[in-house]
Design a protein around this ligand. Structure first.
Ligand code: CP
Length: 310
């Protein structure tokens, strides 16, 4: 019997409110453990986790590794540089070889949309998506949701505005599905060139004017401009972007007084978010990072618990 309806965490699209709630509830317990002097639990002793990061990462990679260590899992870290991928080995061959070493869970980040799903179809291990292309980043959205609920209570009827480079944002997509499943209203705001091609496919309201988008918002999530995925013609001037879409004191005049300021990181200060806002009294950006460890502990624990009976 699985602890969750899902066997892998590939994205939040289609994940039930019950599963999301179970992950958040379990994370609340782990969050308390992280405040203790002794932060390690024996929960995943004997479970082997491979962290397969084909794209750069600071927060997510360290957060998963810490979550695994806090649960006493055995950990193997894979980096593309120095691996056989550089010699032309296919992704599937890499996975099959790692799997032959008897691993239980694979945490994967890759620039290719759908890579975690592809891997889940070719392995018995549990697959956890740590970000695939511009598709989904489910654990980031879960930690965002956890952070909002921690400050503001139940999400039902709350408004969350996501501002910036939506087109390239896996964080925006996962948040749209996850927040919607729990009853929140989601607004996307950004330049038309940085909007997804079919935004109506997502459960969101679209805004071009950032003042209107944050009007009455309970939380604002600013997104990083993903220059590495961007054609220059999409954004001719960073200064102009900052003037129209940067989150500043002026932008927030119409938001709720206690509006939460969030960012998945890394921040381009003075572009998507002014420093006085990023470091201000309403910012929960570093809380997001702390909560990320607890949320990832919960995901690893619940998905591994589902596998234990197989
Ligand atoms: N939020 C996030 O995914 O950050 P990293 O790219 O540093 O992992």
């Amino acid at each position: 019997m699985s602890a969750l309806e899902i066997k892998h965490l590939l994205g939040l699209r289609g994940v039930s409110a019950n599963d999301i709630r179970a992950i958040l509830d379990e994370a609340a317990g782990f969050r308390k453990v992280l405040e203790r002097k002794v932060k390690t639990l024996p929960t995943l002793r004997g479970t082997t986790v491979v962290n397969l990061f084909f794209e750069s990462s600071t927060r997510t990679r360290i957060s998963f590794e810490l979550a695994e260590k806090r649960l006493s899992a055995d950990i193997v870290n894979f980096a593309t540089s120095g691996s056989s991928v550089q010699k032309g080995e296919t992704l599937l061959d890499t996975l099959k070889n790692i799997e032959a070493m008897k691993i239980d869970v694979v945490v994967v980040r890759h620039k290719g949309t759908g890579v975690p799903k592809f891997l889940s179809e070719h392995t018995d291990a549990v697959i956890v998506n740590a970000g695939d292309g511009a598709h989904e980043h489910p654990t980031q959205a879960l930690l965002d949701i956890f952070t909002i609920e921690n400050s503001l209570g139940n999400l039902s009827g709350k408004t969350v505005t996501i501002v910036g480079d939506i087109k390239h944002s896996r964080v925006a997509r996962s948040n749209a599905w996850g927040l919607n499943a729990l009853g929140a209203k989601v607004r996307f705001c950004g330049p038309p060139t940085l909007m997804p091609r079919n935004p109506k496919m997502l459960p969101v309201e679209i805004f071009c004017d950032v003042g209107k988008a944050v009007d009455g918002a309970d939380a604002v999530i600013a997104l990083r401009l993903q220059k590495e995925r961007m054609d220059d013609s999409l954004l001719p001037s960073i200064r102009e972007y900052r003037n129209f879409y940067g989150i500043t004191r002026q932008t927030l005049e119409h938001a709720k007084k206690n509006v939460l300021i969030m960012h998945p990181g890394p921040i381009n200060r003075g572009v998507e978010l002014d420093s006085d806002i990023a470091d201000g009294e309403n910012s929960v950006i570093l809380e997001q990072v702390t909560n990320g460890v607890a949320v990832r502990m919960s995901v690893l624990y619940l998905l591994s618990a589902g596998r234990a009976g197989e």
